[in-house]
Write a protein of this length. Structure first.
Length: 205
């Protein structure tokens, strides 16, 4: 998928919003989402914080979101994701820097790290401005490393359900539930894995 909006941004500075305000995925700096659940049989917490930091990627100023996964109280994975919203309200995903850590706190893998414009990677759509049942998008692309896709499978005035998959793991399927005005409230692997997360708290800085 070609990032048409990315190219447009170079010629049209006003093509991008200053903040991500899409009601299905709002990213207000200072907001922290706390999720509880489990991964591969281990209970944990996933803490997602919208920062006031930004990074210019492919000419687009993108918001940095910090994600910290704790399993049995130990930091197991840390990730920084970058998102930007175009002038029509669609949220684009511009990259992530991720690291898995062992019990000693040392990085064991950075698999899944990518950034639009580097090594052939391109940005993808994370949330459309006006979701409709049946829509399908590529969220990210770095061949062989980051190829997540999603489709809208249920939509009401207040909630949105998607299914998410990747050709890199064809036997795995996730469901994600979003609530209008809040964002992601539940995530669950429904096929090929054992992972589930539920929003437990939202803190506004």
């Amino acid at each position: 998928m070609v990032c048409v909006a990315c190219a447009a941004a170079h010629a049209t500075p006003g093509a991008w919003a200053r903040q991500v305000t899409n009601p299905w995925f709002p990213l207000k700096p200072g907001t922290t989402f706390v999720y509880t659940g489990e991964k591969d049989g281990e209970s944990g917490r996933d803490i997602v914080t919208v920062t006031d930091r930004t990074k210019v990627i492919r000419g687009v100023r993108s918001t940095a979101v910090e994600d910290r996964l704790y399993l049995h109280g130990r930091l197991a994975e840390r990730t920084t994701d970058w998102y930007a919203q175009d002038s029509r309200g669609t949220v684009w995903y511009f990259g992530e820097a991720t690291a898995e850590l062992n019990s000693a706190g040392r990085v064991t893998s950075r698999e899944g790290t990518w950034q639009a414009g580097v090594d052939g990677a391109s940005a993808g759509i994370f949330m459309p401005a006006h979701p409709k049942v049946g829509q399908s998008f590529r969220q990210e692309y770095l061949r062989g490393h980051a190829e997540d896709r999603f489709a809208v499978i249920r939509l009401s005035r207040r909630s949105l359900l998607t299914k998410e998959w990747t050709p890199l793991e064809p036997d795995t399927l996730d469901h994600k539930l979003y609530v209008r005005g809040t964002g992601l409230v539940r995530e669950e692997t429904v096929k090929g894995g054992n992972e589930r997360w539920q929003l437990a708290d939202v803190r506004h800085g």
